[in-house]
Design a protein around this ligand. Structure first.
Ligand SMILES: Cc1cc2nc3c(=O)[nH]c(=O)nc-3n(C[C@H](O)[C@H](O)[C@H](O)COP(=O)(O)OP(=O)(O)OC[C@H]3O[C@@H](n4cnc5c(N)ncnc54)[C@H](O)[C@@H]3O)c2cc1C
Length: 518
């Protein structure tokens, strides 16, 4: 195959960790076209702080990692997918090191961090709390040098192309024209949708269009109602909701309410290290009781030198807002952080559309259940990117010659109005946020449907994804993991099921299937 980016063996859409890693692995087998709507450095992956969870320590094991993941997932994890994740995780860390990523080490091995919901120190990190940036920078270097990879930045995919139910590539908006990229395997790695909320830890590009692209191409989506709110994003007027990593609590930071009292021990015996859903809900409750919009993180009792070196970028960012992480109380509140649901895949990242794979945050492999365990998402990017490429290589991929060519080259649809996106964010924040109820969800669905029908281009896709999230949230009449309903405040065993959405079929519930342990 030549280097023409319009025809490739592999089309990888998205250049976060999942897309970069998949592209590098796929390049061992053929030509790769790697597309990203932003620049290669503007991704959630580059913003990741805490690190990558993997059972690499001699006091740890995949079995323990599995148990912690299942406990956090509140009965909805796909146990087979979790097995794959925890077993293949350590190998992926080794592979990153082979590619030149330098993880933080002590003389005796990895310097492992601890985060909420983990029973062991198992978070591998790089550059203290700059893990994402370090890993992405190294992989990007390799991508740019790789002769088998054509990287095209600032080029959004606007449609996935199918022929007889098989994905054959994508339509992109490039230089004011539509173009077509044909590929034998298409790997969707477009990240999540948490930037559909006003208060979010994500970069602005994380608006979930990849989920809409797959849906419109006929793929099944699952678990969309589960949007994880990170408990501790900076809450300073005028500042973006900068994430204060969970690793900070892992190293002993306390959460204090408006009265200066440490409150987590009264909500959960794991206190500040309870899983994210528990901590976020406790913070919400404390804010409600004291009628404030934040609580505080306190690191004042920790060794200042250790805090400055382990959390250098958090320390520097707080300083920009006049807050010294080692001395001041840091105002924090929950913010939309992670899209647990997405494009449904099997254990090999295959979607329900042939030759379309989904990896990373856009996918729903089932590893996170109803609540993602901290630092399992970068690991999921790696493990399932590798699997997607393996499956694509051994799969029955249609030769390019049989695909129609020469379409396109017309004007792309407009990208949509910024003000419409703001309206979507407002609705999602007010009615589909951390705590939901029927009336609010119904109102949001009605308004989002209207926006969708009146919009074009990317904003239409964003409204579609927002509506599907709200509809799934309305359907799930219980509280489980990150999905909290004030009108259904308890977990209901009848709801141990996944909500599966498809464009041409009625919504379907799939019961949870248990599997033998490792
Ligand atoms: C502040 C922060 C800290 C985090 N810390 C951690 C952590 O410590 N550990 C952990 O495990 N997880 C962490 N996470 C979560 C983790 O970073 C993400 O889940 C993960 O990086 C997602 O990677 P991805 O490759 O799937 O998507 P992303 O990194 O979001 O990349 C998506 C890519 O898709 C592209 N794209 C999107 N739509 C289109 C389109 N239509 N056409 C073309 N390209 C498109 C984007 O431009 C981008 O290149 C953190 C997240 C945030 C926001």
């Amino acid at each position: 195959m030549g280097a023409d980016a319009r025809e490739s063996d592999f089309l990888v859409i998205g250049a976060g960790l999942a897309g970069l890693y998949a592209a590098l692995r796929a390049a061992e087998h053929g030509h790769v076209c790697l597309l990203t709507k932003t620049s290669i450095s503007e991704t959630n992956s580059a913003w990741a702080q805490g690190g990558i969870a993997a059972a690499v320590d001699e006091n740890d094991s995949p079995q323990l990692h599995r148990e912690d993941t299942l406990t956090a997932g509140r009965g909805l994890c796909d146990e087979r997918a979790v097995d794959v994740l925890v077993r293949e995780g350590p190998q992926c860390i080794k592979e990153l090191e082979r590619l030149g990523v330098a993880f933080d080490k002590t003389p005796s091995g990895y310097e492992l961090g601890r985060e909420g919901g983990h029973s062991r120190r198992r978070i591998v990190h790089a550059g203290g709390s700059s893990t994402g940036q370090r890993v992405v920078a190294r992989l990007s270097e390799l991508i740019v040098k790789n002769p088998n990879i054509t990287l095209i930045e600032h080029t959004p995919v606007i449609e996935l192309l199918t022929a007889d139910g098989v994905c054959v590539g994508a339509k992109v908006a490039r230089e004011r024209a539509e173009q077509i990229v044909l590929a034998r395997a298409t790997i969707l790695a477009t990240g999540g949708a948490a930037a559909l909320y006003l208060r979010t830890t994500n970069p602005p590009g994380a608006t979930g269009e990849g989920i809409a692209l797959a849906y419109l191409a006929g793929a099944e989506l699952a678990d969309l109602e589960f949007i994880q709110f990170h408990p501790t994003a900076l809450a300073v007027p005028g500042a973006r909701s900068f994430l204060i990593s969970e690793a900070v609590r892992g190293e002993g930071a306390y959460l204090l309410n408006a009265q200066g009292e440490r409150f987590m021990p009264k909500y959960d015996e794991r206190a500040e290290l309870a899983p994210r859903d528990v901590v976020a809900r406790a913070i919400w409750e404390e804010m409600r009781k004291s009628k404030t919009d934040h609580v505080f993180l306190s690191l004042r009792h920790l060794d200042p030198k250790g805090v400055r070196s382990r959390f250098a970028n958090i320390y520097e960012t707080c300083l920009q807002y006049g807050l010294d992480l080692t001395r001041d109380l840091i105002p924090v509140a929950p913010a939309a952080h992670y899209t647990i649901g997405g494009v449904r895949t099997d254990l090999w990242a295959e979607t329900t559309v042939k030759n379309l794979f989904a990896i990373g945050e856009v996918s729903c492999t089932g590893v996170h259940g109803a609540n993602r365990l901290a630092s399992n998402s970068l690991l999921e990017c790696l493990v399932f990117a590798r699997r997607a490429v393996e499956a694509a290589v051994r799969g029955d991929l249609t030769p390019l010659a049989s695909f129609p060519k020469g379409k396109g080259e017309s004007s792309p649809p407009p990208l949509g109005e910024e003000s419409t996106l703001s309206a979507i964010k407002q609705l999602m924040t007010e009615h589909v946020g951390l705590v939901r109820h029927r009336a609010g969800l119904e109102y949001a669905i009605q308004q989002l449907s209207r926006i969708e029908s009146e919009s074009v281009g990317l904003v239409r896709s964003q409204a579609l994804v927002a509506r599907l999230i709200a509809q799934s949230a309305l359907l799930r009449t219980e509280t489980r993991g990150v999905h909290v309903r004030s009108d259904f405040p308890h977990e209901d065993p009848n709801w141990q099921a996944h909500i599966i959405v498809h464009k041409d079929r009625p919504v379907r519930l799939e019961k949870y299937l248990q599997k033998e342990s490792l």
